[in-house]
Ligand binder design. Sequence first.
Ligand code: RB5
Length: 155
Amino acid sequence: MTDGQRIAIASDHAGFELKETLEAALRAMGYDVEDLGTNSPDSTDYADYAHPLAERVATGAVPRGVLLCGTGLGMSYAANRHAGVRAAVSWAPEIAELARRHNDANVLVLPARFVEPELAVQILKTWLDTPFEGGRHARRVEKIEPSSLTEGNSR
Ligand code: RB5
């Protein structure tokens, strides 16, 4: 059930066109989409878009987000600086599936210059539909935050 579920999306210029495609796909699936830009193919800096989106996910304002840039790397570096954000660069549905099952990825990052639109929609759908497995993976995900080192989390 996706009706009304909120999701944020943002890109730099390299991801702009694919962002528009994925945003339309999300709306067609019934998502309530927050588009945080960019709004044209004019040159921009990816971090200016990654940080606001990651902040929305980190604070729980939106449960999930999607970021796009040329390689996916700049967006993931910036987003993953935010505590609680797990941004996964995914270039195949299998990676998106494991990013959900094992890593509970709450941000999907797409390398817009290296995936065709049809594949990108497939990756997005897989990521949206795959649940987190929990169990041993929950323990591992907890250990991602550096604060777990000082909380005696040495299991
Ligand atoms: C923009 O040319 C490009 O550097 C950017 O989209 C991204 O790939 C950075 O990681």
